[in-house]
Design a protein around this ligand. Structure first.
Ligand SMILES: [Zn+2]
Length: 279
């Protein structure tokens, strides 16, 4: 146990130094310190992995190993330590965190897989996540972004609607953040978040550092890509299957449906084909 404690202490020191390096903007040093921290922390976890009586220490060390591994994008290590941690008897809260880390590692792996070369059988992991979040209205769009490992925050963006940026510092494990204009109305913010999630899903290989959408959701990606993003945003916020369910239950007016889906009446009218999309 003394050796385990010492390894853990050193790992936490390295981790603290990594945070300082990140704050100083030195990403190369941050990554190398995190790698060293992972080496120490995983060695600490390994040293007691066979002793199932050492809870919660056993699961705590596995959890932090998996978490550091995800921060440096080491999916295999993240999977290995979250799985090994779950094989013990972790307290309820740590079990939930280990399960979440395992899920996040699967998501990160799916985000890195190019399905164009090798189409999967059935739904992809990403499609399953989308399916889960678009099953009830109003769609929890920030929850969906979070499940896709993207951080969402609000800032005053002047006249612009939103942006998606590569953000190792504050972004989720995907390395991206979405920023929506804090001064806009709630329904507008939800549409912007969905539009940026759509850019992430469809166009992230074209985002170098920052993709900014103006008031009319125009960006340097061009009209075709913007139409794609608007279409997918509508699919995410107003799934046709759900609209059908409400209509069958007698809720048909665009004003009522807009409230149920927490979107603007205009967006719902376009979705229902009542109003031409001018964009
Ligand atoms: Zn856009």
């Amino acid at each position: 146990m003394i050796a385990t404690r010492e390894l853990h202490r050193q790992a936490m020191e390295l981790f603290e130094s990594a945070l300082l390096a990140r704050r100083a903007g030195d990403e190369t040093r941050t990554l190398s310190l995190l790698r060293e921290a992972l080496g120490m922390e995983s060695a600490a976890a390994d040293s007691i992995a066979g002793d199932y009586s050492l809870e919660p220490t056993r699961s705590i060390l596995h959890r932090s190993s998996a978490s550091i591994a995800l921060q440096i994008g080491d999916i295999q290590m993240a999977m290995r330590y979250s799985e090994a941690g779950l094989k013990g008897q972790p307290p309820h809260e740590i079990r939930e965190e280990l399960t979440k880390l395992q899920e996040q590692a699967l998501t990160l792996r799916a985000l890195r897989t190019d399905y164009r070369r090798r189409p999967p059988q059935g739904l992809t992991h990403i499609q399953k996540i989308i399916r889960r979040y678009t099953a009830t209205a109003p769609v929890n769009i920030v929850g969906l972004a979070d499940a896709l490992l993207i951080t969402v925050r609000q800032e005053d963006l002047g006249a612009d609607s939103g942006e998606i940026i590569r953000d190792i510092d504050r972004g989720g494990f995907s390395g991206y953040s979405i920023i929506v204009n804090a001064t806009h109305a709630p329904v507008r913010k939800r549409f912007t978040a969905a539009h940026e999630v759509a850019h992430f899903l469809l166009h992230r290989d074209r985002i170098t550092n920052r993709l900014r959408d103006d008031q009319m959701y125009r960006s340097n990606l061009g009209t075709t890509k913007e139409k794609e993003a608007n279409q997918l945003a509508a699919d995410l916020l107003m799934p046709r299957r759900l609209i059908g369910q409400f209509r069958n239950a007698g809720i048909r007016a665009p004003e009522e449906l807009a409230v149920k889906f927490r979107v603007s009446v205009e967006a719902m009218r376009i979705r229902l084909g009542i109003k031409e999309n001018s964009k």
